[in-house]
Write a protein that binds this ligand. Sequence first.
Ligand SMILES: C[S@@+](CC[C@H](N)C(=O)[O-])C[C@H]1O[C@@H](n2cnc3c(N)ncnc32)[C@H](O)[C@@H]1O
Length: 286
Amino acid sequence: MTIQTAFTHIVTSLEPLQGQREAGNIAHIIMEHITGLSKMDRIVYKERALTAAQETQLTAAVNALLTHQPVQYVTGTSWFYGMELKVNPHVLIPRPETEELVEWVVLDVRAAQLSHPRILDIGTGSGAIPVAIKKELPHATVQAVDVSEGALATAKENAALQQLEVTFELIDILSKQAWAHLPVFDIIISNPPYICQRESADMQEQVVAYEPSLALFVPDEDALLFYREIGLMAKEKLRAGGALYFEINEAYGKETAALLESQGYVEVEIKKDLFGKDRMVKGVLK
Ligand SMILES: C[S@@+](CC[C@H](N)C(=O)[O-])C[C@H]1O[C@@H](n2cnc3c(N)ncnc32)[C@H](O)[C@@H]1O
């Protein structure tokens, strides 16, 4: 099988599931992963034969994709803020909306000219947020926590691969005993689980079936669970004037902002993502 026929094989296999355009996008990602060649080199060397090992990889990848496995789990990598990160089913695949949250924090820290900001990320998953922040703000002290051992192992690997110093700790943020020892921070960020169980019926099969439920869902009757608990925690762990940044469920922008105001935060602000949806909230501790 040549590079060209392998590409066509992926597109034809996935087209009924994904449509031609998306099947083509995925085929490029898989071919780059398998051959290590850029798109341009794959065009130049399109008649080159795959090795037996590459053909085996190709078959395994197509079979996984046909079961709706996200392409990022198939290749084991995902791009975030210009970095290629390791991902696996222990971690949420980082989303572009979360890059916007990082951007907000980075711009605010630069504008405030904080010389050595202390920053905490709660529910770090792949470590996308703290790794990106440390890369952009090398003078910051960055700490990150998660309740999942698998996620923390992945996050540590990503920080090490990027040669960035981030401290990670296994903490259940819903348990005050678990976070009581944490120091005080200038900034706390979180993209916590925020999808109600009932919303799963409308979600893409590849997300519900493969991404970790622990990263996605909150009980239907308590959509703001993590925002309320992290809001309370941050009142003890932010310095006066420190800021809390959340990624939010687009359906609960006003409610999340009202919750922070009711907890005593000021300058509460909702930001929309590039799709025009309420996606981030910031509050400042008086
Ligand atoms: C929506 S994911 C966000 C992952 C990553 N920060 C990102 O933006 O791609 C939420 C994360 O919160 C973690 N989590 C869930 N419950 C938690 C808890 N009680 N304490 C700490 N982390 C928790 C999950 O393991 C998951 O990694």
